[in-house]
Structures are given as structure tokens and as C-alpha cells.
Ligand binder design. Sequence first.
Ligand code: R5P
Length: 265
Amino acid sequence: MEWGMKNRLSRLIQKDGKALFLPVDHGYFQGPTHCLEKPGETIKPLMQYADALMLTRGVLRNCVDPATEKPVIMRVSGAVSVVGEDLANESVVTSIQEIIRLNASAVSMSVFVGSKYENKSLTNLSKLVDECEDYGVPVMAVCAVGKELEKREARYLALSARIAAEIGARVVKTYYCKENFEKVVEGCPVPIVIAGGPKAETQREVFDFVYDGMQKGAIGVNLGRNIWQTEYPVASIRAIRAIIHEGYTAKEAEDLYNQVRNLKA
Ligand code: R5P
């Protein structure tokens, strides 16, 4: 692996081999998402606990201090919306020149395996990988399900994650599933990070799935709404960070969450 690629990956995946990515890219298809109306304010208290931010170029340019040392994973697919015909019909919306100019440590794009636009999104991924590999920029594939949340089961996730890795993604983001998540990880030759999906009913549910996902081989998370849409986002990210980087169990994370939450109360 070239020095540039290694260097960028090592900014994202920490020395312990683990990673906590904080995505705030949801506006790219949802507009001003709840609790993300002002992304700069949302991320301000959370950034210090994240290993990297995932966002679009628009939010990066307008809402993040250019003096930040926090690495950036730039979402480069989009041109769809929640009110449009099909979320899977994405294009790549950011050039390689812009990716370099904005000093991204990685880029991310969605792939929609099994959708009407499967071939388009996978071809987009292959072209993006070709361009980014020329410049040593890792591509993180986001295994997306659009509005079909029921697709989040092991056979589908394993299929999607493996295909994304075969095409050349250096990291794959996929959902967690309770049954057979280890098969998703085992079938994917590159590191896997877990997305959270819509906000869970309780924080404990989140700590449970992050802990279980890590036990089953994920290297970390790319988790947004279950952090910044919660009542105590700082307590939430600190507890999740403790699971990922300090080996806390879900119960220990919940205790930390309660301690930090009470400090803030
Ligand atoms: C979708 O909006 C983006 O790809 C998110 O970055 C991804 O879904 C992770 O965010 P969350 O944990 O909120 O699902």
C-alpha cells in the first residue's frame, strides 16, 4: 500500500485498530434533519470524541473551522432527495480535484445492492475507487437500504458488503443485525464500521448493538442519529467511545452515560 493511502487510513483507524466516525451528512438527501439544522453547532461539543467527521463538502466549507485537525470523510454521492422518486438513483457529485483541495482523508458513497439502480451505484463506486486510488484516497462504501429498513439482515448485508469490498472499497459501512452479524464481517475482506440507523428507543439498545458488533468483528461505528438526536449527545458519544476504544461492556457504557448525563443535568 502506498504511503499516502496508509497515512490517510491511519488518521481514521486508530493505533488500536478501532474507529469512531461521526456522520453529519444526512442533509444531503433529508435537508435540515432534526438536531442537524445547524451542523456546526451539533458537532462542536462532540468532535473531540470522534476520530473523524463524515460530511458533504457544503457542510465542511460552511460549518467546520478549517484549522481543525479532525480528519474528514467526505460524502461524495447524492443528487437525490427524500421526496424524489428513488433514493438509490445517486450520482457522484464531487470531483477528485475537490476531494484533494478540501484535504479529505477519505470519501464515502452509497451503494444500493438489489435496487433498480444497483448497476449504476456499483459502477459509480468502481469509477470513484479508480480515481481515488490514483491519489491515495480511501473509499468507504456505505451499504444503503434507502427506505427499505427491513433489508437489514445478515444475508443481504453480507452480500452488499462483500460486493463493495470486491469493487475496491477500503472500508465498508453497514448496518448491524442481531442474527449472524459475524457472517457479515467474516465475508468482507476489509474493515467494517456499523451505522446506527434511526434513533433507537433507549440508549442501552445502542450500547448493546455497538458492543455486540465489536465482539463480532466490526472495527467501530459510523453512527449519527443515535448520538446527536439523543437527549444527552455528549454522554452518548463518550459511552460509545468507551466501548470502542476502552473495551467497556454495554453495562459499563450505560453507567458512564448516566454519570456524564448527571454531571450535565
Ligand atoms: C445516511 O444518511 C448516511 O450515510 C449516514 O452517514 C449513515 O446512515 C450513518 O448515520 P446514522 O447512524 O444516523 O444512520
